[in-house]
Design a protein around this ligand. Structure first.
Ligand SMILES: *Cc1c(COP(=O)(O)O)cnc(C)c1O
Length: 327
C-alpha cells in the first residue's frame, strides 16, 4: 500500500548488497513464525518460492542408485508437481478427482498409494485450479496410508480460513508448505515449509545457502510487520469472491464451483470456452482458459478475484462474451 512505500524504501536503503545475504535468515523466520502462528515444535525451511521447495523435495527423495520412486497427487492439480517430478527423474502418478465436484476419490487414492508406494504425495488445500477444500478426514486417511511424505500445499491459506498446521504434531510424515505469493507478494519469491525438524534438517542440507536474497529478506520481514494489512486485504478478497460467485451463479449458462481460494472456477456451455475466453480478451479481460476436451476441466475457465472495478469489468465482459457465443 502507498502509505508504507516510503518506510519500505528506508529499509532497503540500509541493505548491504556488497555482502552475501544472511544464509539463516533468522529475523525473517522469526517474523514468519509470529505472523502465521507456526507451531512451537515445528521447524521451517525457506525457499525461493514454493516452487523451489517442491524441487528440493524432489531432490531429497530421488534414489541415488536409480531405483524408481513415485510422486503422487490428485488431478487436476498444480502443474509444477508433475513438471518438477518429471525433470528430477521421479515417476509421476496423477489420480483423478471426482468429476462432479472435484472432491478426492478416496478409494482411487488409497488404491494408487497401495500400488505405487509413493515417496511423496502433494495435496493442495485448497486445490488449484479447482479452488475447493478437500475433506480433511479423507486427507487424514491418505496421510496415514502413505509410506512417504505428504505435503499439504497451503498456497491459498489466506483465503481458506483453515489449515493443517495444527495437525503437524499428529503425523510424522506430514509437512505444510506455504508461500507469500498469493498474499500479494509474488515478486519477492518466498515460500516456506513447516514440519518436524528431523525432516527439515535433511532438506536444509540441499538448500543453497543464499537462496533468499537480501532484498527479499528485508522486504518480506518489513511487509509481515503489517500482517493486519494482509489480513484485511484477504478478508476483502474473500467477501468479493462470495459476491462474484453469487453473480456468476445468476448468469445463464454458467456453473460456478465453490472456492476457498482467491479465484473461481466456472463452466460455460459445451464447446464455448474458447469463444468466451477470446471474447473476454477482446474486451480487455484476461483470465485462464483451462478447457481441455474430454477431461474433467472441459469447458472450464478460471478467474482471479480482483479489485471491485476489475470484478465488475469481468462480469460485464462475460455477459457480452456469452451473448456473442450464442449461449
Ligand atoms: C502458486 C502456487 C504455488 C507456487 O507458489 P510460489 O511460491 O509462487 O512458487 C504452489 N502451489 C500452489 C497450489 C500454487 O497455486
Amino acid at each position: 500500500p502507498g502509505d508504507l512505500t516510503e518506510a519500505w524504501l528506508d529499509q532497503l536503503r540500509g541493505a548491504t548488497l556488497n555482502r552475501y545475504p544472511d544464509p539463516a535468515a533468522q529475523p525473517l523466520k522469526q517474523r514468519l513464525r509470529a505472523t502465521f502462528d507456526l507451531p512451537e515444535g515445528a521447524d521451517l525451511v525457506l525457499g525461493n518460492g514454493s516452487d523451489e521447495l517442491i524441487q528440493l523435495l524432489a531432490l531429497l527423495l530421488l534414489d541415488p542408485d536409480g531405483e524408481r520412486r513415485t510422486v503422487l497427487t490428485p488431478e487436476p492439480g498444480f502443474v509444477m508437481y508433475r513438471m518438477i517430478a518429471t525433470f528430477a527423474g521421479l515417476d509421476y502418478v496423477g489420480v483423478p478427482l471426482r468429476a462432479d465436484d472435484f472432491a478426492l476419490d478416496e478409494a482411487a487414492m488409497l488404491a494408487a498409494i497401495e500400488r505405487h508406494r509413493p515417496v511423496l504425495v502433494f495435496l493442495a488445500y485448497p486445490n488449484n485450479p479447482t479452488g475447493n477444500l478437500f475433506d480433511p478426514a479423507v486427507m487424514t486417511r491418505i496421510i496415514e496410508a502413505t509410506p512417504g511424505l505428504v505435503v499439504v500445499d497451503e498456497a491459498y491459506s489466506a483465503f481458506a480460513g483453515t489449515s493443517f498446521l495444527p495437525r503437524l504434531a499428529a503425523h510424522g510424515n506430514l509437512l505444510v508448505m506455504r508461500t507469500v505469493s498469493k498474499l500479494g507478494l509474488a515478486g519477492l519469491r518466498l515460500g516456506y515449509l513447516v514440519g518436524a525438524p528431523c525432516w527439515l534438517e535433511q532438506i536444509e542440507k540441499l538448500r543453497l545457502p543464499y537462496n533468499i536474497n537480501t532484498l527479499t529478506q528485508l522486504s518480506a520481514e518489513f511487509a509481515l510487520r503489517y500482517g493486519d494489512r494482509f489480513d484485511a486485504q484477504a478478508a476483502a478478497l474473500r467477501a468479493a469472491r462470495e459476491e462474484l460467485a453469487a453473480t456468476l451463479a445468476r448468469q445463464t449458462g454458467v456453473t460456478v464451483y465453490p472456492s476457498a481460494a482467491n479465484f473461481l472456477l466456472f463452466r460455460v456451455p459445451a464447446g464455448q470456452a474458447a469463444v468466451v475466453f477470446e471474447g473476454l480478451r477482446a474486451r480487455g479481460v484476461l483470465i485462464k482458459n483451462l478447457d481441455r476436451p474430454a477431461t474433467p476441466l472441459a469447458d472450464c475457465l478460471r478467474v482471479t478475484v480482483g479489485m471491485p472495478e476489475q470484478n465488475a469489468a469481468f462480469v460485464a465482459a462475460l455477459a457480452a462474451a456469452l451473448a456473442d457465443a450464442g449461449a
